[in-house]
Design a protein around this ligand. Structure first.
Ligand SMILES: [Zn+2]
Length: 405
């Protein structure tokens, strides 16, 4: 059997000694238990160690009291190819984000591709290439969902059918291409939706020279599945327009790190008043003008929790379960049958908070102690976060240990 690069799954693994399990599910963000059993890359059991049969596990991870959360999902990135971005001319940016706890990234368009084609045949080809390359090669094991074409005038329904058939299942940000008017955008979003392709839109002022303003009239008319960076990327819409988007749409409200923090807090407050926190999803918009933010998702969680007054365990759901449900991901929730994509965290050394949750609510970043994707350990002590107070230990036994020599 050949395994495409970065796509290995684990043999039977038991993770024990967990101090806390964050589910990613808003309805019940904390789970009872200290142990998770993984086999063939999937979660098989969650509970107390005494109730879980981990005897035949070939890998035992002792969490030493660390918390476990679903691997973080960045709902808004702009990848190009492999682990290189020409936007800030940086190599290894995805690996750096893995060290910030991110195990899945979702492309909002491969718009930084040098010489990006804008004719219909070319933009479709680029989307297929991006989808294929990232499906075949996961940098450092991180799942990159890419192949997000930016719509242009001249596209017909047939183009969306062909894209879907070729494996493309999302659009890049509407507004980054030639289509900026409500009627064309809504027609093409309709075609995309008909063939199972999700959509997003660039909300707010222009991000860089050459992009343009997309206001609440266009966002509401286009009716994309995600209201991309509702807090601007970076320039936000006026408050009344952001409130209107929260009130008059039921689509996902994406808050990004590369946006306006005050507008992010306004969105959070409005969604909470509407009792619609399930709509909040988080992204970085990296690589962007403000660069790559390896800790961007953790920083958003800490900011929304500390300044927005949201329990830390709820803020984690914005970057995990909410996005997983919205994007129909296999991971993102701690549930039997889901992908075993995890981040192990602890309060950072010398945080004023006495626990992980308290430290985040005080605005500190947690220490990432380990990341796991499809049950495979992908990174140990983070090189980017402040040091976690405790670290897990890994013991391999039996067949796997022999194979590793
Ligand atoms: Zn944008």
């Amino acid at each position: 059997m050949t395994v495409e690069k970065g796509k290995e799954t684990s043999a039977k693994t038991v993770i024990r000694g967990l101090g806390l399990i964050l589910s990613g599910d808003l309805r019940q963000p904390l789970l009872d238990g200290d142990t998770i059993l993984v086999d063939d890359g999937r979660i098989r059991a969650i509970g107390k160690e005494k109730d879980i049969d981990g005897e035949s596990a070939t890998t035992v991870i002792d969490a030493n009291g660390c918390a476990l959360a679903p691997g973080l999902v960045d709902s808004h990135v702009h990848p190009v190819i492999g682990d290189w971005t020409p936007r800030q001319n940086q190599i290894g940016w995805i690996d750096s984000c893995l060290h910030g706890g991110v195990t899945t990234m979702i492309s909002a368009g491969e718009v930084h591709t040098p010489g990006r084609p804008k004719d219909v045949v070319g933009l479709k080809a680029l989307a297929v290439v991006a989808q294929r390359t990232f499906a075949a090669l996961r940098p450092s094991g991180v799942k990159i969902l890419a192949g997000a074409p930016v719509i242009e005038h001249g596209m017909a329904e047939e183009d969306f059918r062909q894209l879907a058939e070729a494996g493309v299942n999302m659009l890049g940000e509407i507004g980054l291409g030639g289509v900026k008017d409500a009627s064309t955008a809504s027609q093409m979003v309709g075609w995309a939706r008909k063939y199972g392709i999700q959509s997003t839109i660039h909300t707010g002022g222009p991000s860089i020279p050459g992009s343009s303003l997309i206001d609440s009239d266009i966002v509401l008319a286009a009716d994309t599945d995600v209201i991309g960076h509702v807090n601007g990327g970076h320039t936000a819409l006026p408050d009344r327009q952001i409130i209107r988007l929260c009130e008059q749409s039921r689509r996902a409200l994406e808050i990004v790190h590369n946006g306006n923090e005050r507008a992010a807090l306004l969105t959070l407050r409005t969604a909470r008043e509407l009792n619609q926190l399930d709509r909040i999803i988080l992204g970085t918009d990296a690589p962007a003008g403000s660069g790559v933010q390896p800790l961007g998702i953790l920083r958003m969680i800490a900011m929304l929790s500390a300044v927005g007054g949201i329990p830390a365990e709820t803020a984690f759901c914005f970057a995990t379960g909410n996005t997983a449900k919205m994007r129909k991901l296999a991971g993102g929730l701690i549930e039997v049958g889901r992908s075993a994509d995890f981040v192990l965290l602890d309060r950072a050394q010398h945080s004023a908070g006495n626990s992980l949750l308290e430290s985040v609510q005080l605005g500190d970043l947690p220490g990432v102690a380990m990341t796991i994707i499809d049950g495979v350990v992908r990174s140990e002590r983070s090189r980017n976060t402040p040091p976690a107070t405790h670290l897990p230990t890994v013991t391999r036994r039996g067949r796997e240990a022999q194979a590793r020599g």
